[in-house]
Design a binder for this molecule. Structure first.
Ligand SMILES: COc1nc2nc(N)nc(N)c2nc1C
Length: 307
């Protein structure tokens, strides 16, 4: 039976990854539900074979009394903002003055909720909100219900990852439809809906909200021998995380400006809200040279789209 349960677990997670991370369903919903039902029935009968990475955790367990506090070993900083081309050219000038020739990575700035995810030997062990940057709330049980969040990595590594949890626009519209029918107060936007969903003490509520997550940062990248942010993102893909496919390496600030122009136009075609573009110095050695202020890294900047 133990082998049968392990077999089922592997199958379900494989279909889960295909559907939620690759966006390429590999079986029908009905077949998927049948596999899940079978797994939960066997785990009910043989609880000794239940493992921390079992997909049965994704439906959410018992409600919590309260959220525990979590201290971030590495503070979760925020990004300084740029509002126009001048701000971006100033940033580029400052960076080049300090580190000379430089490559940037541009990414979409997802309008969600920053979270920190800790994995030990490849298993998801804890997830927390940003909070005040130093202390956040433990929302592990809620994060486990996000289907694109791997419960077990493809490599047995101990890693801390930062990402943006968000609610796709379709999920947001469906949720507000339902709330309208029930005469409940509507969420103002997907970001508030995502925050509200992850702050629920009952994980079953979070599980019902069809949240998603993009991983965008490896905290202990250098310890893992990774030398640049673009390499860190590719490593996250290898581990089984969902990263944002629109990222692009830019050699000049003019390339950055055209990336921004491109995504400002294509913004409405995305299935989620973005509130800007994040520009980061790619090489970690140069990030280190530039360092950070108490509040934000000096090697990154967020260009905010005009509201
Ligand atoms: C390295 O620090 C950061 N990187 C980020 N990257 C993306 N794509 N989106 C963010 N919101 C973000 N926020 C921070 C603080």
């Amino acid at each position: 039976v133990e082998k049968q349960i392990a077999e089922l677990r592997g199958q379900i997670e494989k279909h889960n990854y295909a559907y939620y991370v690759l966006d390429q369903p590999s079986i029908s919903d009905a077949e998927y539900d049948e596999l899940m039902r079978k797994l939960m029935e066997l785990e009910e009968q043989y609880p000794q074979y239940k493992t921390p990475d079992s997909p049965s955790q994704r439906v959410g367990g018992a409600p919590l009394e309260a959220f525990q506090k979590v201290t971030h070993r590495v503070p979760m900083l925020s990004l300084s903002n740029a509002f126009n081309e001048g701000d971006l050219r100033d940033f580029d000038r400052r960076v080049r003055q300090e580190v000379g020739d430089v490559r940037y990575v541009c990414e979409l700035k997802i309008d969600g909720l920053a979270v920190s995810l800790r994995y030990e030997d490849g298993y998801f062990v804890q997830g927390a909100t940003r909070g005040d940057g130093t202390t956040g709330e433990d929302i592990t049980e809620n994060l486990k219900t996000i289907r694109s969040l791997p419960l077990r990595l493809r490599k047995q590594v101990t890693i801390e990852v930062r990402g943006e949890a968000y609610m796709p626009r379709k999920s947001f519209e469906k949720l507000n439809e339902k709330r309208k029918m029930n005469g409940e107060e509507l969420f103002a936007n997907p970001r508030n809906a995502a925050a509200g969903s992850l702050r629920q003490l009952d994980p079953k509520v979070a599980a019902s909200r069809q949240l998603d997550i993009f991983a965008y940062h490896v905290v202990n990248a250098e310890e893992l021998g990774i030398l640049s942010h673009s390499a860190a993102l590719n490593y996250l893909d290898e581990l089984g995380f969902k990263t944002n496919p629109a990222r692009q390496v830019c050699e000049t600030i003019d390339d950055v400006l055209s990336y921004i122009e491109q995504w400002h136009e294509r913004r409405a075609s995305l299935p989620y809200d973005i509130d800007g573009i994040v520009i980061k110095v790619d090489a970690f050695a140069q990030q280190k040279q530039l360092g950070a202020t108490a509040k934000s890294p000096r090697w990154a900047i967020a260009y905010k789209f005009p509201a």
